[in-house]
Design a protein around this ligand. Structure first.
Ligand SMILES: [Zn+2]
Length: 220
């Protein structure tokens, strides 16, 4: 096994999953350079208020060099990045949302996207986050329509419209009276998380809080 690992390291040198820098040996932690990077959010920047959810906790700005790595996670078949990002998001949740939720779920991709991509990155992120929090994620939402990617729409109103009514709760008995923590990979305008939270509340959730690994800076 050790030999096979060394061969893999030569063929695919290990890289930091946060900045892409080459590493001596593979690690899930942010590298030395990353520890000083300017993409980490300060405590004041980490919490964003919402309407359908009371607050959303984030870990980092969606900014280079992290942005490239998160895109690779999402679009370029690097599901393993979830193992690095989950514990980082869990740390924020432990700090900012202690005792604020009964169960953890995620904003799912549609069946079509899942088939094309082969994995649901938000689900992987949430599973790793929940594991780090000592619990398990539950599937509560379903995306019922294929819509253009939110990232392809610049305008906030178009983003709101694009996600309106696209989520459903297949089993409302799982949601009724529950305080739900809903997680997504990237929060841009908040439209997706708002819509997902609205759907959960309509299905009977008593309260919704949110978390996202990255937050997009307001200027893009
Ligand atoms: Zn790094």
């Amino acid at each position: 096994m050790a030999i096979w690992d060394s061969i893999l390291d030569i063929l695919f040198p290990p890289r930091c999953k946060f900045c892409g820098s080459l590493l001596d040996k593979s690690s899930l932690d942010p590298c030395r350079k990353c520890e000083k990077a300017d993409f980490w959010l300060t405590p004041v920047q980490a919490v964003v208020l919402g309407t359908e959810y009371s607050r959303c906790v984030c870990a980092a700005w969606y900014r280079e060099p992290l942005r490239t790595e998160v895109s690779r996670f999402k679009f370029q078949n690097h599901p393993d990045h979830a193992k690095a990002y989950g514990p980082v998001l869990a740390k924020q949740i432990r700090f900012f949302l202690p005792g604020a939720y009964d169960c953890i779920t995620w904003v799912p991709v549609s069946e079509g996207t899942l088939k094309k991509r082969g994995y649901d990155q938000a689900q992987l992120l949430v599973e790793e986050t929940a594991k780090a929090l000592g619990t398990q994620a539950v599937s509560l939402l379903k995306k019922t329509k294929d819509t253009p990617a939110q990232s392809s729409l610049a305008d906030g109103r178009k983003r709101d419209k694009n996600v309106a009514g696209v989520y459903a709760v297949p089993d409302p008995s799982l949601v009724k009276g529950q305080r739900v923590l809903i997680i997504d990979d990237i929060r841009t305008t908040g439209a997706t998380l708002e819509e997902a939270a609205r759907t959960l509340r309509k299905a009977g959730a008593s309260q919704v809080v949110a978390a996202a690994f990255c937050r997009t800076p307001r200027n893009g």
